[in-house]
Design a protein around this ligand. Structure first.
Ligand code: FAD
Length: 486
């Protein structure tokens, strides 16, 4: 990796050449940091992208910096459209590495219950690829983008500060990496993921963000497979289905790969034995809709990840920035429940928002930039986080009730409508397309679903139908299966 020019030079160039040639440091060459580097460099800025881990798919089995690196990932069609529009080179690299075009509603069209695929339904297509493949494509495209310098093995461990731009608030002017290199910048972008160390660094400088957090989260038990002579598994209606105390995710991958995840509550001790491949296989076989997704050659053991609670951070309070010179996007800004496969797409969207705000406000007034960015992120992404948080709390309470052998009841209309949608989504041509647009992150619920006739239709379709699809195991069967294999 090239090391870039000396930092004093960097700073001088920025000042001589004005905002269009600013120097921006992006921390973290994950999905969002790599993408943010490209879209900022495409504006004419010079970007130094710092990554603590080695980069390149070949070098990596797992990643210290990204715990979920080995977990199931689906890029939603909304994210695929952002890549199409902004970074076609990254798309080409995904496809060159074996990524496949995949219609998220393929299972619905094949079932024939809501009629065939129509013109316009190509919007539900995405690029299926495992996380390391997606990430290597984005990193490769970032490295090939003029103006981006990627420095691997550079972990940011401290921040540089200068004269405050808002009284009493730190103003970040650069970073220090673990080998002591000081890099000055006109703007520092934290894209260092769900375990970002930046809030702790800022806390030491006297800046504390406003934080919302849901601690418990869910636990993920994933297995990867390769096709044998039976070929690839037939798509289900949608990759995520909910059942008594367990959810099931089936995710297409690149080439002849795919993965399946069993999701439990983080509190569910009895199902922790799903980490045993024999138990995992026996439990998956209980779900008639998903069992065929194990018909392949397993690739490794069960990959377990807990500690997936969600966090939302905000660096503006009462109309004042808590810090200037530093912004956060992607998981460093907010983490979402991974079940819905929204994190990468939300992060790509946030990077687009950052690019647009920088384009509009420039970098001359860092307080202005913070306020404008905060306002746009809050408008577009706070409702997403908040709705997700509401869903998570209800679902965790529902699983707690199921563990106790009770059924969960609440009159919160948000939960009543979401569960009705789970039931009704695939029963009606308009509902399935509205659901598909929201779940694919192509539209908000207000734009695609919360419409007078449609909400009524969803409720009517769900009325009298059970919460869960027939044929899947109840809690007693799950426990009996796990216990039998103990
Ligand atoms: C179990 C699980 C399953 C998921 N499934 C999906 C899915 O199906 N679809 C989806 O869209 N999203 C999914 N997500 C979410 C998705 O993984 C994240 O939203 C996405 O990775 C966020 O990208 P990011 O670039 O913000 O952070 P990351 O991908 O975490 O990248 C952060 C980068 O910063 C680097 N870094 C960290 N600290 C430093 C430092 N101090 N200095 C330099 N570099 C640093 C890290 O090494 C890493 O490369 C899932 C998450 C989990 C936990």
């Amino acid at each position: 990796m090239s090391s870039g020019p000396p930092d004093s030079l960097t700073r001088r160039q920025s000042h001589f050449q004005g905002v269009r040639m600013a120097h921006i440091v992006v921390i973290g060459a994950g999905i969002v940091g790599s993408f943010a580097s490209m879209v900022l460099a495409q504006e004419g800025h010079r970007v130094t992208l710092l990554e603590r881990d080695p980069v390149g798919r070949e070098a990596l089995e797992s990643r210290q910096g990204v715990k979920q690196y080995e977990q199931t990932h689906i890029l939603m069609p909304g994210g695929a459209r952002i890549l199409d529009q902004e970074t076609p080179d990254a798309v080409r690299r995904i496809l060159d590495a074996g990524g496949r075009s995949h219609d998220m509603l393929a299972g619905v069209w094949a079932a024939g219950t809501v009629g065939p695929r129509r013109p316009g339904d190509e919007q539900y297509e995405t690029y299926a690829a495992r996380r390391p493949v997606l990430e290597a494509a984005l990193q490769g495209a970032a490295t090939a983008t003029g103006g981006v310098t990627l420095r691997a093995g550079s972990r940011v461990r401290a921040l540089l500060t200068g004269e405050p731009r808002v009284v009493g608030r730190p103003h970040v002017t650069g970073v220090v990496t673990d080998d002591g290199t000081r890099i000055e910048a006109d703007l520092v972008v934290d894209a260092s993921g769900r375990r970002t160390e930046l809030p702790a660094m800022l806390e030491r400088l006297g800046a504390t963000p406003l934080v919302h957090r849901e601690e418990t989260g869910f636990r993920y038990y994933s297995r990867f497979f390769r096709a044998d002579d039976r070929g690839l598994p037939v798509s289900r209606y949608w990759p995520l289905t909910h059942h008594d105390s367990v959810s099931v995710i089936t995710a297409p991958g690149d080439g002849d790969h795919w993965s399946v995840t069993l999701v439990t509550s983080g509190r569910d001790q009895a199902l922790r034995r799903l980490s045993d491949p024999g138990v995992w296989d026996a439990v998956l076989a209980l779900y008639p809709e998903a069992a065929h997704w194990a018909e392949g050659v397993p690739d490794g053991d069960v990959r377990v990840m807990g500690g997936t609670g969600t966090t939302h951070r905000r660096w503006v309070s009462d109309g004042e920035p808590l810090v200037t010179g530093l912004v956060a996007v992607g998981d460093a800004h907010m983490t979402l429940n991974p079940q819905f496969g929204m994190g990468m797409t939300a992060g790509l969207g946030q990077a687009q928002v950052l690019r647009d705000v920088v384009r509009r406000t420039g970098l001359g007034d860092p307080a202005d930039l913070m306020l404008a960015l905060d306002s746009e992120l809050e408008e577009r992404y706070w409702p997403m986080w908040n709705d997700g948080d509401t869903w998570d709390r209800h679902r965790l309470a529902e699983i707690d009730a199921e563990i106790r052998g009770e059924s969960y009841a609440t009159d919160d209309p948000a939960w009543v409508l979401r569960t009705a949608l789970d039931t009704a989504a695939t029963l009606d041509a308009d509902v399935v397309r509205g659901f598909g647009r929201v779940a694919s992150q192509l539209a908000s619920a207000e734009e695609a679903l919360i419409k007078p006739g449609l909400v009524q239709r969803i409720v009517e379709l769900a009325t009298g139908r059970p919460r869960y699809a027939q044929g899947a195991p109840d809690r007693a069967v799950l426990l009996e299966t796990v216990g039998r294999l103990a």
